[in-house]
Structures are given as C-alpha cells and as structure tokens.
Design a protein around this ligand. Sequence first.
Ligand code: DAH
Length: 358
Amino acid sequence: MTSERRFFIGTRCCKLTYMQEEIMNLKNQAMAQIMGAKDGNELEQIRIDLFGRSGKLTELFKNIKNVPDLERKQVGQTINEVKNTIEGLIANQKNSFKENAREWFDPTMPAKKVKSGHLHFITRAIDDISATFEKIGFVRQRYPEVEWDYFAFGALNFPDNHPARDDWETFFVDTDKSKKYGPMLLTPHTSSGQIREMLSNIPPIRMINIAKCYRRQSDARHLTMFHQFEGLVVDKNISIINLKGTLDYFAKTYFGPNRITRIRPYHFQFTEPSFEVDISCNVCNGRGCKLCKEGWVEIGGAGMVHPNVLEECGLDHKIYSGFAFGWGVEKVSMMKSGLSIPDIRLLYSSDLRNLEQI
Ligand code: DAH
C-alpha cells in the first residue's frame, strides 16, 4: 500500500511512500520522547523501544525488503538518516544527564570524614610530662638506652650481687665484666641518666630524662619495653621540702588542682632516705574506695640523692644535695586519662582497631 504525498526531509523535496511517512512520524515521536526523558533509565527504555530486537526502528529496517524496488534505496536512506539523528540525540541527552549529575551539589550534605592519624598515646603523654616540668625550669635530657652496667647499676650504689643485675632481670648485650664500665645492657631504668647528668654538668641541675627502659617481664600489667621519666635536682641546700613541693606541683598541674601527694618510707639503692610517692585518689577524693588504698594511689619512687652517688659523680655531698624521682610514663598517663585496657601490651600492638581508640 503506497500513498503519494510530498514531504520535506531536510532541504530535499521527495515523493514519499506511506512507509516513509511512518518513518517521519516515528522520528518526531522519538525526538519528543528523548527530549522529555527525565533520567538515564527512561532514556535507556526509549532506546530499547527503538533499537531493541523488536524495536520500532529495527522493525522498519526489517521491512525494507518489502518496499518496491524503485523506492527501496530512498526509503533505506531515510531510515538510516533517522537512525543517525536519533542515536545522536540519545547520546547528547545522556551526556547532559551525566553533566547535570556532576554539577549538582548539595552544600548541606555532611562532609566526608577525612581519615587522619594522630600521635601515639604515649608520645602525647611524654610531651605533656616534659611540658609540665619545663614550666618550673627542668630541662629535658635524653641519655642512652643501650648503656653500660656502670651507669645503670655500679655508680648508682648497687652492690655487685644485687638481684637487678641478674641475667633474668636485665637484658645484657654482652657479658664482658672486665671492661672499664662493665658489660653493656638495655637500661632497666632512667636512673642511669642521673649519673650521666651529674658527670657532665655542674650544679644547679634540674633535669627530666624521659626514655625507654627494658626488663625481662611481659604480662597483662608489665611490658618488656616501657617508658620512665626521671627527675633530678642537685644544688646547695636542696631538702625533702623541695622534693615534696615538686611532687605536689606535678600532682596538681598534671592530674588536677584537687590532687595532693604523700611520701612513705621505702628503699632504693641510690637515694637516702627513699620514698614511695602516693597521690590522692580522684574517685573518692582521698576518702577511700575499692579502686585505691585508703584514699591513695601509688605512683612511683623518689628520694634524696645518696651521698655515695654524689661522690661517685665528683660532687662533695657536704656541699651539694639533691632529690630524684622515677616514674612510669604508661602508668601516670593511664591514671590521668582513665584509660583502662585489659592488657597493657595492646598499647604497643600495631593493630589500628586499638590504636584509633586511644
Ligand atoms: N629507678 C627506680 C625504678 O625503676 C625508680 C626510682 C626510685 C627512681 C627512686 C628514682 C628514685 O629517681 O629516687 O624502680
């Protein structure tokens, strides 16, 4: 069936068959649908309806074979032109959807959280502790962590047979006791820094030595590698009053203004008299609760520098006196922050699930 009507395709004027009319209708309809599509999905559906296996344009292509010989070429050309036009239009529309999606910006959306690291809990504690002491004139020092026996024990008044000098207590790097300063070891405490400080400085001395220490211990409450901070003050007329004042200053500045300290007699080789320092419990405010010992929590050792230690470092104990204290960084920082972990070794595990929380 053919109808004889004249149509304009572009600028060309042709004699068109009924099929050509159908093609032009399809083109106009398709263009209207494509321009009116709301999103990519709708556009895709339109494409399938036209170009799918039984799509409208696909059907027209299939029907070309039925067009009379004389007109077949013209009809084929028209369908191809329509096909190209529609494909181009679909591609343009698709791009404009993409651009719109890219340009659309909602400033009220919550920002994406940027993943950022932070300093380790103990690094922050070390900075905090040194800043606290620096405020009252202490100078932060660093002394070797791989040390000679002499600085860690001998010069600190430890007898040769002291149990701390046993292989099962301290990590020895070598065993050659004939060397000038004895065998090398991983220092088990920061008190070795006292000797180095007094040998290389003339009083007045106000030192805070913060370093890693090593002991043969590893369980939920003890670390093989841990940190201590060692305070040392040496001058003329230094007394227990100065020690007590410094302890109270630290307690109030580091832990909070309501905290106070007390000292109890104890024994250390390198101080005389020696003390255990306690701080008032912040849970019960010194009244006594199940988290403390009758209102007090132990924080570490302290004492007046032993005359033998002063003399060993070339300081006349009749002229100079001093005090010292040495406490664990892990312990005081956990006490301050209230951090409670079931196993202290988790502090130094590299598991981010733990580290991100502290
Ligand atoms: N060095 C001792 C220890 O590791 C702690 C200590 C006690 C340090 C008394 C001192 C002190 O300076 O006076 O157990």
